[in-house]
Design a protein around this ligand. Structure first.
Ligand code: GN1
Ligand code: MG
Length: 370
């Protein structure tokens, strides 16, 4: 494929990556896409015989995902499983599942390209005429997102959880996350702990939250399932015209987990009056109306597969996942911002503060205490 990408797009997309996949035509534009905190994502437009084609190229952050081949193997197998089920329901698979593009060199399991500097990339067909919300605007949209998660978990309920690689071990193991946090505050490598004493105390005083779901997994009341593990609203694609949910994207953390992690993480992000990184905490509130809308949608699909313990723990899971994420943001801030992408110096601290505000609100609302 002929191109002058070195000159035009070199800073965004190396030329060998641009030509590394079995895409149609010649690239005409490359733009950054999305709001993810981990991978770098680009929208790539190509032209062939007067037609335009749209792709998403992503550079996988191997600081976070240390097993990119296993990750891509998980993602492709889960996507194929969902595609079969979606086709059986008579739904349009090309809008409701992601189509990954093969790497031209066929290496790394087929769908990953390793560039000349050793970075791993993948590419897929962009699903057009869709929207992604950074915040809930209408309870009805969030209810639809809940339906989508219920359908996702149901479709994967016959996918053997032990057939997937745990690409980030202990991803939602809050006890292990708490251990990481304690190590970070003990090391305090940037001397930032002193300025966030109240936030550190907030985390430490809630240690007993950490094992509550894990204990119920150990007792067998909460089953291990195939779960998405990163269900925030901006990982949900909706049809721009009908408003219907098309699919959950960002399957990088699809792994064995608990349905509670997916439910709680959705509430953490969506049942809030403000953005995850809002700096004015007076604008940040838990919104019960959104919580119930999501719960209604989710249970309309998932109730039939959930155990009593899972349903009982839905409110607590919302607190737990919000607490865990706040602890991760705060830990990353104190550690020197090595994990989550930031666009201002206190970004991770601001994110942690919104999470703790939401935890406090939910504790009051649900009457749950540490
Ligand atoms: C990260 O990649 P992204 O932005 O969808 C993170 C999630 C956090 C989320 C917080 C692999 O998700 O666990 O909940 O940021 N993903 C990873 O916004 O750590
Ligand atoms: Mg994402």
């Amino acid at each position: 494929m002929a191109s002058n990408l070195d000159k035009v797009y070199g800073s965004l997309l190396p030329a060998d990556v641009a030509e590394g996949f079995e895409t149609e035509g010649v690239i005409s534009a490359v733009e950054p896409l999305g709001q993810g905190h981990i991978n770098r994502t680009f929208m790539v437009t190509t032209k062939k015989d007067g037609a335009e084609y749209y792709y998403v190229f992503q550079r996988i952050n191997t600081n976070v995902f240390k097993m990119p081949r296993e990750l891509m193997d998980n993602v492709v197998r889960v996507t194929e499983h969902i595609r079969r089920k979606t086709a059986a329901e008579g739904k349009p698979v090309e809008r409701c599942t992601i189509k990954y593009i093969k790497a031209r060199d066929g290496g790394n399991g087929g769908y990953l390209y390793r560039d000349l500097s050793g970075q791993y990339w993948r590419a897929y067909v962009y699903i057009g005429d869709c929207v992604v919300y950074q915040q809930v605007e209408r309870a009805g949209d969030f209810e639809k997102a809940g339906i989508a998660l219920g359908q996702f978990q149901k479709k994967l309920s016959d996918f053997p959880a032990d057939g997937l690689c745990e690409t980030i071990p202990n991803f939602h193991n809050t006890v292990s996350r708490f251990g990481d946090f304690k190590r970070i505050i003990a090391a305090d490598p940037k001397g930032r702990k002193a300025e966030c004493g109240a936030e550190v105390d907030f985390v430490l005083s809630r240690e007993n939250y950490c094992s509550r779901v894990l204990d119920r997994i150990a007792s067998g009341e909460v089953p291990v399932r195939v779960t998405h593990n990163d269900t925030k609203l901006n990982n949900v694609l909706m049809d721009a015209e009908t408003g219907d949910v098309l699919c959950l994207i960002d399957l990088d953390t699809v792994m064995p987990g608990s349905a509670l992690y997916d439910f709680g993480d959705s509430i953490r992000f969506g049942a809030s009056s403000a953005a995850e990184d809002e700096q004015d905490l007076s604008k940040v509130h838990f919104v019960p109306e959104y919580y119930y809308a999501y719960r209604r949608g989710y249970l309309s699909e998932a109730e039939e597969i959930l155990t009593d313990a899972e349903i009982e723990l839905l409110p607590f899971s919302s607190i737990l996942l919000t607490y865990e994420c706040g602890m991760r943001f705060l830990g990353d801030y104190i550690d020197g911002d090595n994990y989550f992408g930031i666009s201002r110096p206190s970004h991770n601290l601001d994110r942690a503060r919104t999470q703790f505000k939401l935890v406090s609100d939910m504790e009051k609302y649900f009457g749950i205490k540490a």
